[in-house]
Design a protein around this ligand. Structure first.
Ligand SMILES: Nc1ncnc2c1ncn2[C@@H]1O[C@H](COP(=O)(O)OP(=O)(O)O)[C@@H](O)[C@H]1O
Ligand SMILES: [Mg+2]
Length: 286
């Protein structure tokens, strides 16, 4: 569906490349995520893949053709959701969607359906200028689905949303995947990556450091261990066992056998733990 080889990009006037030797491929129907901290190069990648930034080095092939050779037809088939809303603030949500839908040379969704789907006002006089940041973002999401895209680009889709809307947006992504839509999404949120993505690329300083299914990354990246709590007289004792060592495994079994066990917890690393281990960097400033 999409194949990127040795992609490099330096912003005009910048000393350092924003992207270096970036290669990956996305299969049809896959949700592929770029997970990385601020400034890693996620938005830059999306801007190149959606034709907004040109002058890159390397090769990008989409739908089996070079990106450079794809014209208007490309925009009929992809949906693009940016991190920063660019909307007509003096128009209503419906007017914005009615305006944009005219640019497509393919059948489009009814704006009202999309607005309802994203919990936005229908038949309302309010202009977009009066919307909250979260509402504007959801309107950009709605707009990105107007042309029923088969390839959907989402830059930080849940950033700036309250928890309920964040949950809903994740559901929409899963719904689209079920319908067969291929998705490229960027995020600095390990939960989004873990929950939605079939495969995730770790990206730091313009380079991809690892690519795999979140589950595989988590298994590869961490020790397998368990914490056991048991009673000993009036005391509650808590001990951790490393299941990757034979001695740890034996002690774990012995402890379970010999004691009145109250709880057992597996101590799996989070995707962020693995990210830190692989890249030496955190996903967000804390
Ligand atoms: N318009 C621009 N001009 C110059 N440098 C930029 C521009 N946009 C982004 N950058 C730089 O490129 C790098 C990657 O940025 P970006 O792709 O926006 O990262 P992310 O989306 O992962 O936070 C950063 O170092 C950022 O400062
Ligand atoms: Mg970004």
């Amino acid at each position: 569906m999409l194949e990127v080889s040795d992609l490099r990009y330096t912003y005009p006037g910048s000393q350092r490349p924003a992207l270096e030797d970036v290669s990956f491929r996305i299969e049809k129907g896959e949700v592929f995520g770029f997970l990385g901290p601020n400034g890693a190069g996620k938005s830059t990648t999306q801007k190149i893949l959606t034709g907004i930034l040109q002058g890159y080095q390397g090769r990008v092939r989409v739908f089996g053709r070079d990106l450079g050779g794809l014209g208007q037809d490309y925009y009929n088939r992809v949906g693009v959701c940016f991190e920063f809303p660019n909307l007509y603030e003096k128009l209503t949500a419906e007017e914005n969607l009615e305006f944009y839908r005219r640019f497509f040379g393919v059948p489009t969704e009814a704006p009202q359906d999309l607005l309802r789907m994203f919990d936005l006002p229908v038949g309302d006089k309010r202009t977009v200028g009066q919307f909250s940041k979260g509402m504007k973002m959801r309107l950009v999401l709605a707009r990105s689905l107007l042309n029923k895209p088969i390839l959907w680009f989402l830059d930080e889709p849940t950033t700036g949303q309250d928890p309920q809307h964040s949950v809903k947006i994740r559901e929409y992504v899963r719904d689209k995947k079920r319908e067969g839509t291929t998705v490229f999404l960027t995020t600095h949120d390990m939960h989004v990556a873990e929950e939605l993505c079939d495969r995730v690329a770790f990206i730091v300083d313009g380079r991809i450091v690892a690519v795999d299914a979140p589950r595989n990354l988590m298994v590869r990246g961490g020790r397998r261990s368990v914490r056991v709590e048991y009673r000993s007289g009036a005391d509650r004792i808590s001990v951790e066992f490393d299941l990757d060592s034979p001695a740890g495994k034996a002690k774990f079994l012995e402890t379970v056998r010999a004691n009145d066990v109250e709880t057992i917890h597996t101590l799996e690393p989070s995707l962020e733990d693995v990210f830190i281990k692989v890249t030496g960097r955190r996903l967000a400033d804390k």
